[in-house]
Design a protein. Structure first.
Length: 446
């Protein structure tokens, strides 16, 4: 048994030598040449911190501390390349796997990736073939927010084309699969208890997205979501060949607004179940400008809710007072048409119905969250004849004000003085409203 013992000792010494060998052989002298070659191909400065080789557990090469771009648009903790040793003597080298750890992409990198991809185009046969790419702990920065960390596994065919890509966030909330379909790629993504990484942090209970991508576009023909007690279904398309173009159509059913509205429009407070059919579009030079260029139009109706910050009924029945009436307006139904463009909102054909209250009008919200418009309110109240009461909408989203028009206040005061409160007030207000409208129209014709 001495030969077995001696063989084990020799094997152990060999393993120790192989493990220690990389510490005695420095590859850092090759870094400047690699940086120059990579910088020439990408037309961006490339920096590498260290380069080392190891033979255990299998022979591999590790490049650490990679940064691409003057401002570090792409950073990588380390890249480990494991070759097929038998292919190193052949004309075509085979890379069994490339493992990328700690990839960080800045938003600016997205504009450069298509250029970098084109710089590698060549009609010559590929001299290197990669079988698998593995990403661990990747993060994508999108303005003030980020997506990740996530992992990805990509299998590549002998022809150099991706066969399948599987992506999942570390928390398991989002998974996505990408598979080739002739010259395009099919996307199948699913999420649970997942928040949008870009824009308002909307929470999806469930989200399913299916579509097709090409080098210049993405068409999402099946979007289905459950959120805030309701559902959203629709389609969307994004094109980026010349700038960015976004279009979409959705059907919103019974979505509760109380928690959702403050996320979409901070400062606005309303509750109730929303039904809507929004159509959206945007055209911008870059992805970062899409939000500012977004346009949206939709009819809508909200049932059994509350409009917080203002009491329309009190404002309509306290029209002699010049003080604003704050509070809340409960309604059975709130409906109308919404048009949004460049962060400004225009509500038209507004209708509010709730018991003794009926109101209609138009209201606008500026990008600075300033309110403007007019509401005609009709209230059935004891001692006051039912009449349409015009109210000017002013103030801000955080501090909305409903005040009677000047003609209405003057007419109400005169009617009260002549005929007394109640009928006199209501009749005077109506006369004031009619007179104001009459003279207002004459002024518009000049």
């Amino acid at each position: 048994m001495k030969w077995l013992k001696r063989s084990a000792i020799a094997f152990g010494i060999l393993l120790a030598i192989l493990a220690a060998l990389p510490f005695f052989i420095s590859l850092n002298d090759y870094i400047p040449a690699i940086e120059r070659e990579a910088s020439a191909r990408l037309k961006e400065p490339v920096m590498i911190r260290s380069l080392r080789a190891a033979v255990l557990p299998v022979p591999h090469l590790t490049v650490a501390g990679i940064a691409v771009g003057k401002t570090g648009d792409v950073k990588v903790g380390s890249v480990t390349v494991t070759p097929d040793l038998f292919s190193l003597l052949a004309s075509v080298k085979i890379i069994r796997s490339i493992e990328v750890d700690g990839l960080v992409l800045a938003e600016k990198a997205f504009d450069k990736i298509p250029v970098w991809a084109k710089s590698d185009d060549s009609k010559e046969p590929a001299r290197v073939r990669i079988r698998n790419i593995r990403l661990d702990g990747a993060v994508v920065h999108l303005g003030k927010t980020s997506f990740g960390p996530f992992d990805a596994r990509i299998r590549i065919s002998d022809g150099g084309e991706p066969q399948e890509a599987y992506i999942s966030t570390r928390d398991g909330a989002l998974t996505a699969t990408v598979r080739p379909d002739q010259r395009n790629y099919r996307i199948d993504a699913n999420a649970k208890s997942w928040k949008l990484p870009v824009g308002p942090p909307v929470l999806f209970d469930e989200l399913s997205v299916k579509g097709v991508t090409t080098p210049n576009s993405a068409t999402l023909n099946e979007i289905s979501a459950r959120l805030y007690g309701g559902t959203i279904k629709g389609t969307a398309a994004l094109r980026w060949q010349k700038g960015m173009q976004l279009t979409g159509r959705f059907d919103v059913h019974q979505v509760e607004l109380k928690e959702l509205v403050p996320l979409l429009s901070p400062g606005n407070r309303v509750s109730g179940r929303l039904n809507a059919k929004p159509v959206l579009s945007a055209t911008a030079a870059s992805a970062a400008q899409l939000a500012d260029a977004l346009r949206l139009e939709t009819p809508f109706s909200v049932h059994h809710g509350v409009l917080y910050g203002v009491d329309i009924q009190k404002a309509a029945t306290s029209f002699i007072s010049k003080e604003p009436t704050r509070g809340e307006t409960r309604f059975d139904e709130l409906s109308g048409h919404l048009a949004m463009a460049r962060r400004a909102y225009r509500f038209t054909q507004l209708r509010i119905a709730s018991g003794a209250l009926a109101a209609s009008g138009n209201v606008s919200i500026s990008p600075a969250k300033e309110l403007s418009g007019r509401i005609n309110a009709k209230v059935k109240a004891a001692g006051i004849a039912s009449a349409s009461m015009p109210l000017n909408v002013t103030g801000t989203v955080h501090n909305p004000l409903l005040l009677p028009t000047g003609g209405t206040v003057a007419g109400a005061a005169v009617g009260t003085a002549i005929l007394g409160p109640g009928v006199g007030t209501s009749l005077g207000a109506k006369v004031g409203e009619w007179t104001e409208g009459l003279f207002g129209k004459k002024e518009q014709k000049r």
